[in-house]
Design a protein around this ligand. Structure first.
Ligand code: NAD
Ligand code: AKB
Length: 315
């Protein structure tokens, strides 16, 4: 691995909700030249000058190997995945992309010795977790997406202990951001609602008003990602997925908070199939281990997150 100033980085699934923010944070830290975005999709014309780009389907191990070898990559942020709602529409494809894609990255890390960031999710938890998910709560997910995330965490531990691969992971809560629309998850309502509020349109929320889930503003998620990847290896007691502290509010509480700032905004609640996935997840996560081992704390609460979301979307 290169010195901390010149890590050479590949981001898979880089055109998604997290990738499009992480890319620029990584560019700021390591330089434009050292960060390569990749995705199965082509970037929009306007984005083409903003980052180096390689088209890559993570199921194509040969293509992945040539990008990693030719660019002397020493860190991969593996974001390519199908999320919960899209995954439930096609569980076999979800398993294939989430697991085979990860396996391709892990096998190449064995050979080329690069480090990996591979995110997990609060979807690892199931209905037996209770309201607050702790680091060692049971992992009995009800969705195929959650199953792939539990298996991914186990693979991370296995490749670390058996092959010495330096892989790190976080259990992200639902992420709220304004730059890119979310890509087919259950927590997407918490982003969509802001877009409708700022556009002065009525929002039909696809979960009940009393649905409470762990959430986080994107800047905190990016901060956690960079902090975890910067942490000394010897500080880390786990490799699969650190719980993070989260915000917790019901969909109705989110609506009420936005309405304080945009009084004309109207939202109604018409639950669909995604209610079931939301009901299987905890209300909140505790993040004691991430705080103890690499010092993570949230910067944004519900109020400051709503302010920045509304201001940014208005601009
Ligand atoms: P996203 O759906 O917005 O982006 C995923 C990207 O992967 C998309 O751009 C898509 O085109 C790409 N992709 C899909 N199949 C691919 C393939 N075969 N090869 C290459 N690229 C492919 O997802 P995101 O929200 O950015 O999530 C990134 C990671 O973070 C995922 O592992 C997800 O499970 C995890 N995560 C996200 C959240 C969240 O709220 N956004 C929460 C928990 C965990
Ligand atoms: C989803 O809803 O699927 C994601 C997640 C919490 O993993 N946002």
């Amino acid at each position: 691995m290169g010195e901390s100033g010149n890590r050479r980085i590949l981001v898979t699934g880089a055109l998604g909700q997290i990738g499009m923010e992480l890319l620029f944070a990584l560019q700021n830290k390591f330089g434009y030249e050292n960060v390569i975005a990749s995705d199965i999709r082509e970037p929009e014309e306007l984005s083409k000058l903003e980052f180096r780009y390689e088209k890559l389907d993570v199921l194509d191990a040969k293509q992945m190997e040539s990008i990693i070898r030719d660019n002397k990559i020493d860190e991969v942020y593996h974001l390519a995945a199908l999320l919960s709602a899209t995954g439930e529409k096609n569980p076999q494809l979800c398993w294939k992309i989430n697991m085979d894609g990860l396996m391709n990255v892990l096998e190449l890390a064995k050979k080329y010795k690069f480090r990996i960031f591979a995110p997990s999710s609060i979807a690892v938890f199931g209905a037996d977790t209770g309201k607050i998910a702790r680091q060692d709560s049971p992992l009995n997910p009800a969705t195929m997406y959650g199953i792939t995330k539990v298996a991914g965490e186990l693979m991370a531990e296995y490749y670390h202990s058996t092959h010495g691969v330096d892989i790190r992971g976080l259990r992200y809560p639902g992420l709220i951001s304004w730059k890119v629309m979310p890509g087919g998850g259950t927590t997407d309502y918490a982003v969509e609602i802001f877009h409708k509020a700022v556009a002065s349109e009525v929002y039909t929320c696809f979960v009940r008003g009393d649905t409470k889930l762990p959430m986080m503003y994107m800047d905190d998620a990016i901060k956690a990602t960079i902090q975890l990847m910067d942490a000394p290896s010897e500080n880390l007691s786990i490799r699969g997925g650190y719980n993070l502290p989260s915000l917790t509010f019901t969909a109705k509480e989110l609506y009420d908070k936005i309405k304080e700032k945009i009084p004309d905004f109207e939202c109604n609640f018409v639950p669909d199939h995604r209610q079931e996935y939301a009901d299987s997840w905890p209300d909140e996560t505790e993040g004691n281990l991430s705080k103890a081992e690499w010092g993570f704390e949230l910067d944004f609460d519900l109020d400051s997150m709503c302010d920045v979301m509304i201001q940014s979307l208005r601009q």
